[in-house]
Design a binder for this molecule. Sequence first.
Ligand SMILES: NC(=O)c1ccc[n+]([C@@H]2O[C@H](COP(=O)([O-])OP(=O)(O)OC[C@H]3O[C@@H](n4cnc5c(N)ncnc54)[C@H](OP(=O)(O)O)[C@@H]3O)[C@@H](O)[C@H]2O)c1
Length: 323
Amino acid sequence: MRAMVVPRFGGPEVFECHDVAVPEPGAGQVSIDVAHVSVNFTDVRNRRGDGLGTPPMIPGIEVSGTVRAVGDGVTDLRPGMAVTSLTGGHAYAEVVVADASRVLPVPASLVGDPVAACLMGVLPSALNLLRLAGKVFPGESVLIHGASGGVGTTLVQAAHLMDLGPVFGTVSTEWKADYARNYAFSRVFLRDGFDTALMEATSGRGVDVVFDPVGGEVRARSFEVLAPFGRLVHFGNASLDTEVVPDATWLRAKCVGYVGYSGGQHAGLDFETVSRSWRQAVDLVASGAVRIDVTRVFPLEAAAEAHRAIEAGEVVGKVVLEV
Ligand SMILES: NC(=O)c1ccc[n+]([C@@H]2O[C@H](COP(=O)([O-])OP(=O)(O)OC[C@H]3O[C@@H](n4cnc5c(N)ncnc54)[C@H](OP(=O)(O)O)[C@@H]3O)[C@@H](O)[C@H]2O)c1
C-alpha cells in the first residue's frame, strides 16, 4: 500500500511516498481502509521533530474510512462500517490500524464527506478546553488566538453553545480576519496590537479566559488582558518561541491563573471523559450544531504541499488529505 513517510526530521520536502506492508489489526484493534486524513498541526510538529515519533515514521493521527478487518475481542465494529478514528500515528496511508476504543461510526449524513476525518480532533479539544481547562461560566468573556484555524473556529462555536459571551478572536492577517468573521466572534483583531484593541473593546476590563495555541510574545501580552480571576489556557506553541513562564508572585497579585491542556495526555489521564467528548463532537457536527469547515483537500501524495501551506499561513479551517 502507499504511505507518506517522514524518513528524517525536517521541512515538508522530506516526505517520500513508499510502498509498505498493509498493517494487520491485533487484539482490540481494527484496520481501516482510509478515505480521508485530517491534517493536524501536531503532524507538522511531529514531522519537524518538535513533537512525538522517531523517523522513519508515517505521520497522521485522525482518519475516516471503512473498517477493513477486526482483531480478536472487537465486537461492536464490523468490516464495511464507515468510521472515524484517532489512530495514534501512521495515518498518512491507504490502510491504518487503530484501537477499537478510538473508532466511532460515522453518521450516515457524513459518510464520504472529508469532514468525517475531522470529528475527533479539533472539536473535542475545544469542548474540553472550555469546560475542563478554562472552567468557563455562562456569560464569561473569551479571547481565542488562532481564530481562523481548526481549533479556533470550533472553539467559538462551542463557546456559544455554552452561552459565553462576548467571544473575541485574533488572527495574523486581514484575509484570515475576513474568514473568521464568518463565525460568531464579537470582534476579530489582528494579532499585532490585539491587546490595546481588546482593552478598548472591553472598556479596560479585559477577558475572563484566553485560549492560546501561539505562545511567545502573544502569550506574554495575553496575561495583561486577563480580568481579575481570569485564566490563560495554553494548548500549543505554534510560534516555537521559548515557553512563557509567568512569575508566581505576579499571578497572585493579579489574581489570575495559568492552565495547560493536551488532548493526547488527557486521554491517558481520563479516557472516559475524552471518549464522551468524541461522541458528543460527532453528534454536534451530525446535527449541524457545529460546523467544521474543510477548506483544502490535497491528494495523499501531496502531503508535503499541505504541510507547506499550513506553515506558510496560507490556510484557514481544516486541511484534509484524500486517499
Ligand atoms: N493541546 C491540544 O490538545 C491541542 C489540540 C489541537 C490543537 N492544538 C494546537 O493548537 C494549535 C492550533 O491547532 P489547529 O488544529 O487549529 O491548527 P491550524 O488549523 O493549523 O491552525 C493553526 C493556527 O495557529 C496560528 N499560528 C500562529 N503562529 C503560527 C505559526 N508559526 N505557524 C503556523 N500557525 C501559526 C495560525 O493562525 P494565524 O495565522 O492567525 O496566526 C493558525 O490559525 C496548534 O498549535 C496545535 O498544536 C493543541
